[in-house]
Design a protein around this ligand. Sequence first.
Ligand code: ATP
Ligand code: MG
Ligand code: MG
Ligand code: MG
Length: 565
Amino acid sequence: MRTSKLLIATLKETPADAEIVSHQLMLRAGLIRRLASGLYTWLPLGLRVLRKAEAIVREEMNQAGAQEVLMPSVQPAELWQESQRWEKYGPELLRITDRHQRDFCYGPTHEEVITDLVRQEIRSYKQLPVNFYQIQTKFRDEIRPRFGLMRAREFLMKDAYSFHVDQACLQKTYDQMHAAYCAIFNRIGVDFRPVQADTGSIGGNASHEFHVLASSGEDAIAFSTGSDYAANVELATAIKSDAVRAEPSADLATVSTPGKHSIEAVSDFLQVPAKQCVKTLLVEGTEENPVVALVLRGDHELNAIKAEKHPLVASPLTFATPEQVHAACGAQIGSVGPVGLHIPVIVDHAAAQLADFVCGANMDDHHFTGVNWLRDLPLPDSADIRNVVAGDPSPDGQGTLEIARGIEVGHIFQLGENYSKKMNAVVLTETGQSKIMTMGCYGIGVSRIVAAAIEQHHDEQGIIWPQAIAPFEVVLIPVNAHKSQRVRDQAETLYQELVDAGVDVVIDDRGLRPGVAFADWELIGIPHQLVLGERGLDNGVIEYKQRATGEKQDIAIAELVTTLT
Ligand code: ATP
Ligand code: MG
Ligand code: MG
Ligand code: MG
C-alpha cells in the first residue's frame, strides 16, 4: 500500500471531547471519525485494524466448529414479544416502525432471531449440537455513549448461539468457547482475565466475562492472590452480601419498608438482581407520598443508569468533578468509601424540600450531584457495607482478593431453556419425544477490543499496535526522496521486494519533512519502521526502528527481506 492511495488523517491536537486515551488516539491517528453521538465511521487505516481483529475471531470460531451465518440487523417486534423482551428491554432497544405501521427494532443482540431460525430448521436431536455465529453491526441506544467505540451505540459484535439436547452437551461447547476466547485474545495480543459473572435475571446456569485489564475500564473485577478465583465485582459482592445477609441487622429491618418499595419491587422494576439492591429506605413521607432512598451496589454508572429509569427520580443524575464535590460537601476524593459502595439516593422531589447534595461514587470524577439527601439519614455503618473490597478473603477460601479495573470485551453465557422454552424451540429425541433445546450464547465486542488494545498498548507518542492487528506490520519511509533519485529508486525496489515477499508493508510516498512523517508513524503505531536515506545508502544499510522499544539498528539492504520474513 502507498500513502498516496491511503487517507492518512492524523491530528496534532487532542480532541477536547475525547476523555480516554484510546478514544483520543483513534481520532488522532485517523482511525475513526464521529458522525453523531455513539456513531463512528471507520477510516481506511482503522478499518484494516478492525478487519484483522475480525479475521482472528472468525478463524478461531471456525476452528472451534461454529458455523458462520449473517442475520438481518432489523428484527420484527413479534419475535421480541414472544420472548417477552419487547417490554423488558427498555430504552436501549431502538424501535422503528415501517410504512405499514409494523413494529421492528434494530438488533442489540440476536437470541430471538437465531432461536426462530433453529426452531424451523432443526428437527432432530441428531442434528445437535449446533453453534451459529455472525460478525455484525449491533445497535444499542446507550444512555451515555462515551469513550468512542468503547461504548458506542452502533458497534461490531461477534455473537454466537449454540443449541443442545441437554446441559452436559451445552457445558462441552461452553468450555470450547471459553478456550476459543482465550485463544482469540491471546492472538490479538491483549492482557486479559476471564472472570465469573452473575447470571442475573436471565437465570441461566453459568457465565464468564473476559476483561482486558486497564485502569480506564468501566468494570471492576476481583481476583484471588491465592488461587485461580476471579469474578466480576458484582458477583463477588453478591457472594459477600449473601454471607452478611445471613445475619440480619435490626437496624435495617426498622427502616426497610414492605410493599411497593420493597427490594423485590425495586429489583423487579429496575431489572437488577434483588441481591444487587442492598436496601430501599423509606426515609420520609408516607406510603402514598414517599421519599425513597435506594442503595445499590456494583457498577455505579450502571446503577445510575438504572436509577434514572425509576419513577421516583425527579431529574437525571449528573456527575461532578472532585473539586465540585469538595466545594459542595468538603469531601476529599478517595475518602468517600470503599470500592463498589454506591449510593444513588432517589427521592421524590415533590414530597421533600431538601438541599441538593453530592454523594460519592468512589471513582475520580464520578460523583452524583443534584441528589437530595435527608441530612439525618444514617449512612450505612461498616457492618452494612457488603461490597467486596481489596483484602477480603477469597470466596474459595484461598488467599485474599485484589480488585482491578477491566474492559468487558467478551461474555459467554449458559442460557439454558430461557429463550427456547418461551419460543418453543424443540427437537425430537431418540425416543420420539419432543424436547426443549438448551442454549448458550457467546459475544465479543470486536470494535471494543480495538479500543481496549490501544488502552493497553500506547505511549506518549501514540499507539503501539500488537503486531496481529496493526494496520500495517511495516512502514517504509524514504527520507528526502524528492531530492534524491537514488533514494526514490531504492525505496521503490525495496517496497516491491517486500510486497512480493508477502510483507504487510506501507510506503510513505507523501514527501513530507522527515520529522513530520516520523511523528505520524509513531502516532499510528506501526510495529516496524524502516527509514531509507542518502547516508544509509552510502553504507548499503537501512535504519530499522522497533516502535515498541524504540530500539534502532542498521540492516544491510541486501538482507532486508530475509531479516523481515
Ligand atoms: P457492557 O456491560 O459494557 O454494557 P454488555 O454486558 O451490555 O456490555 P453484552 O450484552 O454482554 O454487553 O454484549 C457482548 C459484548 O459486546 C460485550 O462483552 C462488549 O464487548 C460488547 N459491547 C456491548 N455493548 C457495547 C457498546 N455499547 N459498545 C461497544 N461494544 C459493546
Ligand atoms: Mg450493556
Ligand atoms: Mg456487561
Ligand atoms: Mg455482558
